[in-house]
Design a protein around this ligand. Structure first.
Ligand SMILES: [Mg+2]
Length: 349
């Protein structure tokens, strides 16, 4: 099982300001603009200010009406960026794989470090302490088997929170939630789901894959997994990805070889597009096949001369699929390329 940590600083801009200016501590502090500024919006507000109903992105004028005794200051972005750099440095020291999400947030993949801690709570407390020691501000931390749950968890006990989600806790956490809490459910999808009578994750869980696909297309297939706490996306460091892949979950399980070949072709085309856009060749092609009983196999093949076109990727993928005995129906098919090298470098081989 993976150990994914989401770290999110609490009211970051306010916390940085209050660290330098003790008079701000414990007070309703609003960063965004002076009280009478007409056009500014709230960039960050302290938890004391939130008690008055002040929220991020609200016009300063409205915040001033809600909280007349608040302290209103303009943002000092160069300062926040400096503290953010220190923060992201600490993340790099803590975790082998870090994916920064914003100025004050990151995913850490701690799977290979788990043995260093007696339990996940201790891991979480250690991360919180190291962050506080480095930048003097508190963080909320969520720890879970996947990114989406870790992010959800870090938000549950803000500020200064720590929430560990174990597989056995997933249903209790997810089922009562509004579907809006699921990754990728915005205004539009939520409204569509409400029309269909789906309001909570528990409602969503009742729906079949076919039903979700029929009403919501691709998003529906994604939601089928998310509402079960399934999210296989890796924690990805910034820069070019180390592998490129696309996969499809079918609304109904497939078995006929020509149909599977057609799907492999579509996936290969999408992979080739991204590969070409990044200006790279791949020297390894892999496929993933998940059968109707959720049994999942992967196969990979090295191509020392490198592949780049959809046809080349498709060829390798077909060969890999041929090496498998398709005795059961297929629920998911994926095509990936890895061991990526830039064009210019290939010339050297
Ligand atoms: Mg934050």
């Amino acid at each position: 099982m993976r150990i994914i940590v989401h770290v999110d600083m609490d009211a970051f801009y306010c916390a940085v300001e209050a660290r330098l200016q003790p008079a701000y501590r414990g007070r309703p502090l609003i960063v965004g603009g002076y009280k009478h500024s007409r056009r500014a919006v709230v960039a960050s507000c302290s938890y004391e200010a939130r008690r008055y109903g002040v929220r991020s992105a609200m016009p300063i004028a409205q915040a001033a009406r809600l909280c007349p005794q608040g302290i209103f200051i303009p943002p000092n972005f160069p300062l926040y960026r400096r503290v953010s750099a220190q923060l992201h440095n600490v993340f790099q020291q803590i975790a082998p794989v870090v994916e920064p999400l914003s100025i004050d947030e990151a995913f850490l993949d701690m799977t290979s470090r788990a043995h260093l801690f007696p339990d996940l709570e201790t891991m979480g407390m250690t991360i919180k302490r190291r962050v506080f020691d480095a930048v003097g501000c508190t963080a909320s931390v969520g720890i879970a088997p996947c990114k989406f749950l870790a992010k959800l968890a870090s938000d549950l006990r803000k500020p200064d929170g720590l929430v560990v989600v174990r597989p056995k806790d997933i249903d209790a956490l997810l089922l009562p939630l509004s579907v809006r809490k699921l990754w990728g459910v915005g205004e539009k999808t939520a409204a569509r789901l409400a029309e269909l009578g789906v309001h909570t994750v528990a409602d969503l869980r009742q729906k079949s894959l076919g039903w979700l696909n029929q009403h919501l297309g691709k998003t529906g297939l994604l939601l089928y997994d998310l509402c079960r706490g399934i999210d296989e996306r890796p924690v990805e460091p910034p820069g070019l990805p180390k592998s490129i892949g696309h996969e499809t979950t079918f609304p109904t399980d497939l078995r006929a070889r020509p149909v599977l070949s057609g799907e492999l072709r579509k996936l290969s085309e999408r992979v080739a597009q991204r590969l070409q856009r990044d200006g790279r060749y791949a020297r390894t092609v892999s496929i993933k096949v998940r059968f109707s009983d959720f049994d999942t196999v992967t196969r990979q093949r090295r191509t020392p001369n490198g592949v780049r076109s959809a046809a080349q990727i498709m060829n390798a993928a077909e060969t890999l699929l041929d090496s498998l005995e398709i005795r059961r129906s297929v629920r998911l098919l994926g095509v990936y390329v890895s061991d990526l090298i830039p064009f210019c470098q290939l010339e050297l081989f």
